[in-house]
Design a protein around this ligand. Structure first.
Ligand code: NDP
Length: 259
């Protein structure tokens, strides 16, 4: 029997796109997590219907959690709910997937575009790491005899992008200038790096993952990867990463992307 990726996982922005497919493939895996917390900001809205149907089908595993990643109140409420549902056990894995893109050239980008994208793509994952840190520590401590880090034990995955790479910018800048998005995801990578250092003492693995260019509302129809293809790759990478990967940016095939 395949080994379980982890006992418990929280996925943010899971009502559509990459987040929804993550929840779908996790719950359909041969050995699914015991508890999947599917975060979305409007659980009863029309954009959450597919997630609600999936959760209904797997009532014993999926809990839909109201979670607006830019709202400290929503994050605090969500962490309380997750804590209650875990009944004293820790949370093994957080996938910070919720993200926005306001595609903009320099001429099209102003303060509001920069701030809005930064708030969701950087401040959100930072607030989540802060509030859920005790639950991640609790999960890591449940493996007292393990010295290794893994997503099975305790981890944060920040969903980043190839477009965040400062090294690779000259290759792809002209096709997608996207100032707010690129700058925010480069900052998210720094958050990953800082948290990886900070949480090393707690045996919590922290890394960034690039899902590839994927057919979603954000990725658009011309993207070469379906959500199914991207997520089956991402799940393999998540299942296999160890402390050597903490603080790095890998793609959906496990290849390292330079900062
Ligand atoms: P989509 O636009 O299809 O979906 C974005 C998801 O994030 C939605 O569920 C949306 O919820 C949610 N979201 C946005 N803001 C918030 C918030 N404040 N609180 C909670 N949820 C929020 O994007 P993708 O699925 O394509 O992208 C997912 C992640 O993957 C993003 O971080 C993106 O940057 C990254 N990525 C995507 C690529 C691609 O090609 N698609 C390539 C590289 C990286 P709602 O329905 O409420 O708006």
């Amino acid at each position: 029997m395949a080994s379980r990726i982890c006992d418990s996982v929280l996925v943010t922005g899971s009502n559509r796109g990459i987040g929804l497919e993550l929840v779908r493939q996790l719950v359909d895996s041969p050995s699914p997590p015991v508890q999947i917390f599917a975060g979305c900001r409007d659980p009863n809205g029309p954009r959450s219907q597919a997630l609600q149907e999936l959760a209904q089908k797997h009532r014993d595993v999926i809990t839909v959690v109201q979670l607006d990643t830019t709202s400290p109140t929503s994050i605090a409420e969500a962490s309380k709910l997750v804590d209650t549902k875990l009944k004293g056990r820790g949370l093994n894995l957080i996938i910070n997937n919720a993200g926005v893109n306001i595609p903009g050239s320099l001429a099209e980008t102003g303060i509001q575009e920069m701030v809005d994208v930064y708030t969701t793509n950087v401040v959100g994952p930072m607030l989540i790491a802060k509030d859920f840190h005790p639950l991640l520590c609790k999960a890591a401590a449940q493996f007292p005899h393990q010295t290794n880090m893994s997503c099975n034990r305790s981890a944060i995955i920040n969903v980043s992008t190839l477009l965040s790479s400062i090294t690779r910018c000259p290759e792809n800048f002209s096709v997608s200038p996207m100032y707010p998005y690129r700058v925010s995801k480069a900052a998210l990578n720094m958050l990953t790096r800082c948290l990886a250092e900070d949480f090393k003492k707690d045996s919590i693995l922290v890394m960034s993952l690039h899902p590839g260019w994927v057919q979603t509302e954000m990725g658009g129809p011309k993207a070469p990867l379906t959500t199914a293809e991207s997520i089956s790759g991402l799940i393999k990478v998540i299942a296999s990463c160890t402390e050597k990967d903490s603080g790095t940016l890998l793609d959906w095939e496990g290849k390292n992307i330079p900062w």
